[in-house]
Design a protein around this ligand. Structure first.
Ligand code: NAD
Length: 496
C-alpha cells in the first residue's frame, strides 16, 4: 500500500544520508577535506555535507580500480559468480526501495511515488536482467579452413570511468554499472554534484552484496574538479557518460588529449511528438503529450518537448493538452500521486524561467502556466507551461530546456511533419500518433531518432537498446548491445 504524506515525512526524519566517497571499499573523506552542501530543492534544506572529491581522490580511486582489476577476484571470476553478486545487489536494492526512493526525492525533487515505482524498480530490473544475461552469452568461432581455428572472444575493457547526471541519478548509474560490472570491469563512478546520494548508497549495498573492494568506487564532486580528471586519466580504459551534449563533446576531446579511451555518450534531446488527425484517440494522445513533457518536471532526456499537430485538429487538440497539463501542477513530492515535484535546484529553475521569458518574447501564444509557484516555501517549482504557435526556429523549439515547457507547432501534411521533426541537432526519441499503419512505419523509418514510439510515449525495457542519433550520443545503454561498450573483441588464431 502506498504511504501517506505524513508517513513519508516520518520516514525522512529518520533517514541517514551517505556523505563520504567510497574508495577501495572504504568510506573516506576527500583528500582536501573539502565538502559541498547537498541541498534539497523541495524546501532548500541542506541534507548533507558531501565529500568534494578532486584530482587526488580520482587518482586514488582509479588506482584502486586498477589493482582490483589486475588482482582478478572480479575480472577473472566466472560469469555465474558475478551473476550471483549482481542478483544479490538487485535484491538489496529492492529491500531498500523506500529508503532509496526517499533519498532520490529529497535529493533531486521528484515525486517520491515516481521514484519508487519508476526509478528504483527500473534499477532493480536493470541489475536483475543484466545478471540473468551474463551466463548466457557465448563467444564465437570464426568460419575457417580445416587447418586453423579462429576464436572471437570478449574481454573486459579494464577500468571504466562513469559520469552520470542528476535527473535519474540511481537509474542512470545502474544503466552504466550493471553491464560494466557484469562484463568484469572495475569502475570509478562520478555522480552529479546535484544528486550524489543514491549512487553512494548503491555502492554501500554493492559491497554488502559481495562485490570485492575496489571494483566499484564512487567519487562525488563537480564536473571540472572531479569529472575532468577522470576523463583525462591515462589509466582509465573506457569512459561512459550520460549528460548534456556540450559536456559530451568536451569529453571526446579529453579522450583525444589523453589515452584515446573508449568514450560513449548518452546526451541531450529535443524530441518531437507528432499527432496526425487520425490518431486512434485524441484524448489518449493529449494525455500522452502532457505526461510526455511534464513527467519528472520535464527533466527527462526524452521529454516530448516539441509537439507537432495536424493543423486541422490543432486547436481542439491543444485545448485538451492544456486541460491535462493544468491537472499536473507541482506539489510537495511526498504528496501521494503528485504529478510534478521540484526542479533540481535554483540554477535549473532560473534557466527554465529564462527560457519561458524567451518564449513570451518570441511572439508564441502562452496557453498554460509560465510562472514559478511555491507549493512549499523555499523550493524550486515551476508551473506546467505550454506555448502554442511557436516558430520552428524559435529558441524554445530548438534548445533543450530540460523543464516543464512545451512548444506546439502545426503542420499540413506528413512530409512537412517529418521535415520539422528532423530539423534538430538531436536524435534521441520521437513519437507518432496515427491509425494508419503504413504511415506509422514510414515515419518510424524516416525519423532520425534512437527510439520511436507509435501511439504512446516512453515505452521501453531492458530488452531493447536506448541511445541517440546525431548529437544525442554515440552509444547504447540497456539490452545485450550495451555490453559492446564494456568489452574489447579479441581474435585468436590457432594453426592446427
Ligand atoms: P551535465 O552535462 O551538466 O552533467 C552531467 C555530468 O557531467 C555531471 O556528473 C557533471 O558533474 C559532469 N560534468 C560536467 N562538466 C564536466 C566536465 N568538464 N568534465 C567531466 N565531467 C563533467 O548534464 P546534467 O545537467 O547533469 O544532466 C542533464 C543532461 O543530461 C540533459 O542534457 C539530458 O538530456 C541528459 N540526459 C541524457 C540521457 C540519455 O540517456 N541520453 C539521460 C538522462 C539525461
Amino acid at each position: 500500500m502506498s504511504k501517506s504524506f505524513e508517513q513519508w515525512q516520518a520516514a525522512a526524519a529518520t533517514l541517514a544520508f551517505p556523505h563520504q566517497a567510497l574508495i577501495d571499499g572504504k568510506q573516506v573523506a576527500a583528500a582536501s577535506g573539502k565538502t559541498f552542501d547537498c541541498i534539497s530543492p523541495i524546501d532548500g534544506r541542506v541534507l548533507a555535507k558531501v565529500a568534494e572529491c578532486g584530482e587526488e581522490d580520482i587518482h586514488r580511486a582509479v588506482q584502486s580500480a586498477r589493482r582490483s582489476f589486475d588482482k582478478g577476484d572480479w575480472s577473472a571470476s566466472k560469469p555465474s559468480a558475478r551473476k550471483k553478486v549482481l542478483l544479490k545487489l538487485a535484491a538489496l536494492l529492492e529491500q531498500h526501495a523506500e529508503e532509496l526512493a526517499l533519498l532520490e526525492s529529497l535529493d533531486m525533487g521528484k515525486p517520491v511515488g515516481d521514484a519508487l515505482k519508476v526509478d528504483v524498480s527500473a534499477s532493480v530490473r536493470c541489475f536483475n536482467w543484466t545478471a540473468e544475461a551474463i551466463d548466457k552469452i557465448y563467444d564465437e568461432i570464426a568460419p575457417t579452413g580445416p587447418d586453423e581455428l579462429g576464436l572471437i572472444t570478449r574481454e573486459p575493457l579494464g577500468v571504466i570511468g562513469a559520469i552520470v547526471p542528476w535527473n535519474f541519478p540511481l537509474l542512470m548509474a545502474s544503466w552504466k554499472l550493471a553491464p560494466a560490472l557484469a562484463m568484469g570491469n572495475s569502475v570509478v563512478l562520478k555522480p552529479s554534484e546535484k544528486s550524489p546520494l543514491t549512487a553512494l548508497r548503491l555502492a554501500e549495498l554493492a559491497l554488502q552484496a559481495g562485490l570485492p573492494p575496489g571494483v566499484l568506487n564512487v567519487v562525488p564532486g563537480f564536473g571540472k574538479e572531479a569529472g575532468e580528471p577522470l576523463a583525462l586519466h591515462m589509466d582509465v580504459d573506457g569512459l561512459v557518460f550520460t549528460g548534456s551534449t556540450a559536456v559530451g563533446k568536451y569529453l571526446l576531446q579529453c579522450a583525444g588529449r589523453s589515452n584515446m579511451k573508449r568514450t560513449y555518450l548518452e546526451c541531450g534531446g529535443k524530441s518531437p511528438n507528432i499527432v496526425f488527425a487520425d490518431a486512434p484517440s485524441l484524448e489518449i494522445a493529449a494525455r500522452g503529450a502532457a505526461s510526455g513533457i511534464f513527467y519528472n518536471q520535464g527533466e527527462v532526456c526524452t521529454a516530448a518537448s516539441r509537439l507537432y499537430v495536424d493543423r486541422r485538429i490543432k486547436d481542439e487538440f491543444v485545448a485538451k493538452v492544456v486541460e491535462f497539463g493544468r491537472e499536473m501542477q507541482p506539489a510537495h513530492p511526498f504528496t501521494p500521486r503528485a504529478p510534478m515535484g521540484a526542479l533540481v535546484d535554483e540554477g535549473q529553475t532560473q534557466r527554465v524561467l529564462s527560457y519561458i521569458e524567451q518564449g513570451k518574447a518570441s511572439g508564441a501564444r502562452l496557453a498554460l502556466g509560465g510562472a514559478r509557484v511555491s507549493p512549499v516555501e523555499g523550493g524550486c517549482y515551476v508551473e506546467p507551461t505550454i506555448f502554442d504557435e511557436v516558430k520552428q526556429d524559435a529558441v524554445i523549439a530548438q534548445e533543450e530546456i530540460f523543464g516543464p515547457v512545451l512548444s506546439v507547432i502545426g503542420f499540413d501534411d506528413e512530409v512537412e511533419a517529418l521535415r520539422l521533426a528532423n530539423d534538430t541537432p538531436f536524435g534521441l526519441a520521437a513519437g507518432v500518433w496515427t491509425r494508419d499503419i503504413n504511415r506509422a512505419h514510414r515515419m518510424a523509418r524516416s525519423l532520425r531518432a534512437g527510439s520511436v514510439w507509435v501511439n504512446y510515449w516512453d515505452g521501453g525495457d531492458m530488452t531493447a537498446p536506448f541511445g541517440g542519433y546525431k548529437q544525442s550520443g554515440n552509444g547504447r545503454d540497456k539490452s545485450l548491445h550495451a555490453f559492446d561498450k564494456y568489452t574489447e573483441l579479441k581474435a585468436t588464431w590457432i594453426n592446427l
